[in-house]
Each structure stands twice: as C-alpha cells, then as structure tokens.
Design a protein around this ligand. Structure first.
Ligand code: SF4
Length: 374
C-alpha cells in the first residue's frame, strides 16, 4: 500500500502551539511549513492548478486547522426517510489520501487539501461534555465520516490520543473505520475495550478495480486479525456493495473469508449498504477514473436525493450476504445503512421501524456478548 507524504504543511496561527501540531510537524522535519492567519486555499495556485489533477494534487497539502463548531454530531445519514442506527460522528480529519472511484468526498468537500483539526483537546472536551449530559445513553462515535479513520494515522499519530480518551469514558464506544491495514501502532494501547476497529470491505475484484491506494482485502483481514488478537472488538461494513457480474459468489466468499480471518465472537457488528451517490459525483468520476465500472447499471433517485440501485437489486445484494451470515454466524448483529423499513422487511430477519430500535438491538447485543468490555 502506498505511503502518504505531504509536500507542504499549512498551519493556522490559532493551532501553531497545539501539542498535536508539534507532534505532526515533528514527524515531517523536511517538509516546508507555513503559518497563516487564515488559509485561503482557493487563492492558492499550487493546490488548484487545473493542469495537474486538482483533487490528487490538493491532497499533498496538509492543513492543520483550528476547528470551530460542534465536533460531535448525529450521523448525517439520519433522516425520517430511512431506518438509521443512531450513530455519532466526530470530525477530526477531512479528506483522504486513498482514491476510491466512488468516493463521495470528491463531490462533497469544498476544498481539495487534507485538513487535520489540530485543537484536539478542545474537540475531545466537547465529546466529554456531550456524553456526560446523557449518562444513560451508550454513544457509538465514528471518526470516518469525512476521511478514512486510519489511512494517515500511522504517520500522524492522532488516534492513540483518541483511543486513550475513549478508554476512560463510561458511556461511549469509539469506532475507527478504515480501508487501510495500519493497526501496528495501536496494538499495545490501553484501549479498555472501548474502541471498535472496523473495515469497509468488498470482494478483491472490486477492491482491485475501484479502491485505489487502499490495502488489499487480505491485508485488511490480516490487520483485523491482529486487532482482534490485541483485544479490540472489530466490525465490518459491506459498503458500498457493488452489483458487479460475479457479485453473488464474490460477496458469499467475502463472508467466509472474514469469518476465517477473525473469530466471530470478536466481531461486534456487520453493516450492509449498497452504492449510493449524489448526481454531481458521476461526471467527476468519469473524468478522474474512466476505467471505473462502479456506476454501470441502472440507478434511481431516492427521497434523500441520492442515486441507488433499483430496490429489487439492493434487496438481492442484501439477502445474499444476510443469508450467509445467518448460516455461518447468526450471533453477529447485522444492520442496513440508509435503507427504508420496506427494504429491511424483505431482507432482514428483524424489521425495525425507527433508529432507536436499531440502536437498542445493537446495544443489547454488545451488552450480552461483551459484558466485561463496556
Ligand atoms: S477510503 Fe473512504 S474516504 Fe478514502 S477515498 Fe475511499 S471512500 Fe473516500
């Protein structure tokens, strides 16, 4: 897997003295650094030269930013239209060094650079206050909304602080979602059972074709095994599932490969979601990845404005994996991401109508299966 190295580091004045800024700068002693009052990336020609791919080139700038606003939020997937899982997201990094063809960030982020929110202590203090305000709620908090949680972490070293922090929170579980295999630096940490490391997975044929610069499937599974041996709970996200020619066999084998690699009793949950995208993404992908096959097939707009496969295709994709899971590891809870209750009904053994129902089922499973780790 490729190794990221920035070409320059831009530092907001407001975070120039932060311990995380010093830590990150110390890891790149030879990379040029500039402290700025306010980084106006769009006036910065070197990051947006259209003759060089601006999205790829932009990622070579690392911006250490002062993050204002609420850092912990309800997952943006939440809406009344779909049955969600009541998840929270924690914004620590924006953008990702990997190049998945279908990545929504290409159309969603308003700047091409990689941004690290360097006022980490303030951000984590917000998490402490938010979780303390609802002591009876178990917060599941993920950091992979606007980036891959671990793609850069072996060089930036942010998540060790976050894992230690969550180990001491009584009512929260951290989820680090990744397509990397960077876990070595996390294995000896005192995680206290409060971190789940999870992998987004696809059959190797899809990884090869669509998930550029990421760890190959066998590397991800090997990393999952190491994390589970180190006492972390692990999880897997079949997301985005792609309706490619060999999908039925490919996804069934993927279930088997996962269960061969990791003891099922260490797998906290598995989620399923098919490819979905906002329509502005398509032209960007056509230009950046002309060989991609991800967007072949018929897609229809959902009520949330996102394009999805036809319902009957989504249901077939879900049922295929769900039935295999029931056969091989029925104790692992599964859930659908961003689907309506009518799709759950035709696909899953349980039929929640609301997000709290999904959340309660996941929490009950955690309490039953990992009573000493919560
Ligand atoms: S790993 Fe996730 S965030 Fe990174 S490019 Fe792929 S889809 Fe986007």
């Amino acid at each position: 897997m490729f190794q990221y190295r920035p070409e320059r580091i831009i530092i907001d004045q407001a975070v120039s003295e932060e311990p995380l800024t010093e830590q990150i700068c110390g890891r790149f002693p030879d990379v040029p650094k500039t402290v700025v009052e306010n980084f106006a990336w769009h006036q910065d020609e070197s990051g947006t030269d259209p003759l060089r791919n601006p999205l790829t080139q932009g990622k070579k700038t690392l911006h250490l930013k002062y993050f204002q606003g609420a850092s912990i939020k309800a997952c943006p997937g939440f809406s009344d239209e779909v049955v969600c899982c009541n998840y929270f997201t924690l914004d620590l990094i924006e953008n990702c060094p990997f190049e998945c063809t279908y990545c929504i960030l290409q159309a969603f982020l308003n700047k091409p650079v990689i941004t690290v929110h360097a006022n980490l202590d303030e951000i984590l203090e917000q998490v402490r206050q938010r979780t303390a305000a609802q002591p009876d709620t178990l917060f599941r908090v993920g950091t992979g909304e606007h980036s891959d949680s671990l793609a850069l972490d072996q060089i930036l070293g942010i998540k060790a602080h976050v894992i230690r922090f969550f180990a001491k929170l009584p009512n929260a579980l951290l989820e680090l979602k990744t397509k990397s295999n960077h876990v070595e630096h996390l294995l000896d940490l005192p995680h206290g059972g409060k971190t789940v490391i999870s992998w987004s997975v696809n059959p190797e044929a899809v990884v090869e074709q669509e998930e550029h610069k990421t760890a190959r499937l066998n590397e991800r599974l090997e990393a999952a095994r190491k994390a589970s041996d180190a006492g972390y709970k692990v999880a897997f996200h079949f997301d985005p599932m792609i309706h490619y020619p060999d999908w039925e066999k490919g996804y069934q084998e993927l279930v088997e490969q996962i269960l061969d690699a990791v003891p099922p009793d260490r797998i906290a949950w598995i989620s399923l979601g098919t490819l979905r995208y906002i329509s502005s993404l398509k032209s960007i992908v056509d230009e950046r990845f002309p060989n991609s096959r991800a967007f072949l097939g018929e897609f229809v707009p959902g009520e949330d404005g996102k394009m999805r496969y036809l319902k009957k295709i989504r249901q077939r994709l879900f049922r295929n994996v769900q039935q295999k899971m029931e056969q091989l590891a029925p104790q692992i809870p599964t859930y659908l991401c961003m689907e309506k209750s009518s799709v759950w009904k035709k696909t899953m053994p349980h039929h929640p109508q609301t997000a709290p129902e999904v959340e309660n089922r996941l929490n009950r499973s955690l309490q039953q299966r990992f009573p000493m780790e919560l």
